[in-house]
Design a protein around this ligand. Structure first.
Ligand code: ADP
Length: 642
């Protein structure tokens, strides 16, 4: 087992040396010290809380390599680049890479001095990974987005279950599981599934004091959009459910003189990063986006996040809304709601949970589409174009997607996000042999020199290249560069993998015939039930007109005794119902004083105070609704402000 230093000082030094920060954020220290003591740890921290450092710093302080399991390939690449830019050796392996690349990367981890290996969960079960990981000197397993392991949670990814097997291969390595969202049952589930040796949860409060939660019920969302967009200055994000609407709303705002652009996953990656950068720099004030926007985006001064459509879970809502106000200044999280929202949500439930028969049809069509013989195909990684597939078999792409998701949940296959991989090159010959080749093939000489001058490390492993850049540098076209590479590849001088962009399907089992494909109706129903209950929670949040929004959300995430925020629409409304803020505070202050000694009964309270009873009653009711006042045996009132 690898040793971690026990003094905080060692971690402080790393924080300053590599990251240039002088202090830890709240809870970072506690999490790091828990990991350092070798304990399995589940850390709950809101988005932006600084989760990455809680595994990166202890891993840096100890010998060996840290394995990081994380589901999003784009984020994985970001983190690796970030570490590498600090001079820290990091590698990523995910399903879009070729076998050869994975081989080289894993070898580097066994023999090299790699400090961080980022792995997408579906790679964990592969023979090639399992064989090598046992030979690595692993100091820590970090599991990002750990709630994905919970089968009944809102973002279950079956491949997360394989992490438990990883623990069997490398026992005695502590696990640090991280998530920005988890309800009570999910918290238990995570620890059980990750085989924690004893329960150990460290939780930072999810309270966001500067965030004002508002639910805006309106028949005219467009009008509210304009009003709010025009009224709140500064950067904003508007989330909407479908891609087409991002375009429509951004145009609508722009045509009304409000700076806005749209963003969704259907755009090319260059366009996406262009739009994202413009917004980050403040050149575009408002970005109208689907939920594809925001992961890994670290903009501190977002003044509002508006949900034009009601989200399906409070988990997603809290994460998205939480992107506002990371700089601690007053910011707004606004949800627009109208009577039709629930109806469309109910319709979506039907699509999201297709019939077993529909799922079977898609499964069999998939086998034919890829011409997989029965009894074969286990472990195949296939480029998948859902539009082509569904049109060929007459499925609606959305229905088809949820049928595939069902098959994924049942463990038959994995769907990965779109893998956008740059072209990569690795010289398969050594320097001497290459020199001989250059002498014998003068027409390649200039191109090879260009490659060697532009990129280092091409002899030791695959290096991502930029064909556009090479073309510019050598005053030629991308096509010419591509042709050189293809030819060198054929001549076995380089190993060249062209860039590509496509989602993948990985077959987890051999192709089964009709009778062997088992789909459990009870598990599908249970999943649906859980989904509907999460949906109900969203509508309870919207329709509740008693409980402070912040308190509602925090309690949903298991934070008992959360205080009232005083800023959300409910808190404001209560205060404003005939009372000024001054009056409300005055009366509630007096109530607090009156019940201090623990001998006042609820029915006496109104008469004890010298204010008009209707006002006093209003405040009392509000305090009870928000559990600031509670009754004890004998109807005695207690002020509970934990
Ligand atoms: P999370 O994964 O919890 O959303 P990140 O790990 O991405 O958060 O960190 C959020 C931001 O906080 C990043 O910009 C990171 O550099 C910054 N950060 C993390 N720890 C510290 C610290 N101790 N001091 C200052 N900034 C920090």
């Amino acid at each position: 087992m690898c040793q971690f230093p026990d003094s905080l000082n060692a971690y402080n030094q790393i924080l300053t040396r590599y990251w240039g920060f002088t202090d830890f954020k709240p809870m970072q220290e506690e999490i790091i010290m828990s990991v350092a003591s070798g304990r399995d740890t589940l850390a709950l921290m809101p988005t932006g809380g600084g989760k990455s450092l809680t595994f990166q710093i202890p891993a840096m302080a100890s010998e060996g390599i840290c394995i990081v399991v994380t589901p999003l390939i784009a984020l994985m690449k970001d983190q690796v680049e970030n570490l590498v830019s600090k001079g820290i050796a990091a590698q990523a392996i995910f399903s879009g890479l070729s076998r050869n690349e994975i081989d080289v990367a894993l070898d580097n981890c066994v023999y090299g001095s790699i400090k961080f290996l980022y792995v997408s969960p579906e790679r964990l079960g592969t023979a090639i990974f399992r064989a090598r990981v046992g030979k690595m000197k692993v100091n820590l397993i970090a599991v990002d987005e750990a709630h994905c392991i919970s089968q009944w949670g809102y973002d279950f990814r079956p491949s997360y279950l394989k992490i438990a097997e990883l623990r069997d291969i490398i026992p005695h390595v502590p696990v640090l599981a991280l998530t920005a969202t988890a309800t009570k049952d999910v918290i238990e589930d995570i620890q059980e599934r990750l085989k924690f040796s004893s329960p150990n949860v460290i939780r930072a409060s999810f309270e966001r004091r500067n965030l004002h939660y508002l639910v805006d019920t309106t028949d005219d969302k467009h009008r509210r959009l304009l009003e709010i967009g025009g009224k709140i200055p500064g950067s904003g994000i508007i989330y909407t459910r479908n891609r087409r609407r991002t375009v429509e709303l951004a145009r609508f705002l722009s045509s009304n003189g409000i700076s806005a652009d749209f963003y969704h996953a259907g755009l090319g990656s260059e366009t996406r990063s262009l739009k994202q950068n413009e917004w980050m720099k403040g050149k575009i004030r408002i970005i109208v986006a689907t939920n594809a926007f925001g992961m890994g985006i670290d903009k501190a001064d977002v003044r509002f996040v508006m949900h034009f459509d009601v989200p399906d879970t409070l988990e997603a809502y809290f994460q998205e809304a939480g992107r506002a106000g990371r700089d601690s200044r007053i910011s707004f999280a606004i949800m627009l709601y109208n009577g039709n929202d629930r109806m469309s949500a109910d319709k979506r439930v039907l699509v999201r949970f297709p019939s077993i028969e529909a799922v079977r049809q898609v499964y069999h069509a998939l086998g034919s589409y890829f011409r997989i013989p029965y009894g074969e195909g286990k472990g195949l990684v296939l480029d998948f174009n859902i539009a082509d597939f569904s049109s060929r078999y007459g499925f609606s792409p959305t229905n088809c997607y949820y049928c595939l998701k069902t098959l994924e949940n049942e463990g038959y296959l994995e769907l990965t996000e779109e893998v956008n991989s740059p072209p990569r090159v690795h010289f398969t010959v050594g320097r001497d042999e290459l020199y001989k080749f250059q002498v014998a093939n003068a027409s390649f000489d200039a191109f090879i020199k260009l490659l060697l001058r532009t990129y280092s490390g091409v002899f030791t492993g695959f290096v991502a290249i930029d064909e556009e850049f090479l073309a510019k540098r050598s005053r030629t076209t991308r096509e010419v560069i591509y042709q050189y590479l293809v030819r060198l590849n054929k001549m076995k001088i380089v190993n060249y993998i062209p860039g590509r962009k496509s989602p993948l399907i990985i077959m987890n089992t051999e192709r089964l015939d009709g009778s062997s494909l088992y789909l459990s109706a009870s598990s599908l129903n249970l999943r649906k039930k859980k989904y509907v209950s999460r949906l109900n929670a969203v509508y309870e949040y919207i329709s509740s007109n008693k409980i402070c929004r912040s308190k509602f959300l925090l309690e949903y995430f298991g934070e008992q005794d959360a205080g009232i925020c005083g800023n959300c629409d409910i808190c404001r409304h209560k205060r404003e119902a005939g009372l000024s803020r001054y009056e409300f505070d005055l009366i509630s202050g007096n109530i607090r004083e009156a019940v201090k000694n623990g001998n006042v009964r609820a029915d006496e309270l109104v008469t004890l105070l010298e204010y008009p009873p209707e006002k006093t009653l209003l405040v009392i009711r509000w305090l009870f609704d928000n559990a600031v006042l509670v009754t004890q045996p004998g109807n005695i009132v207690k002020w509970d402000d934990k």
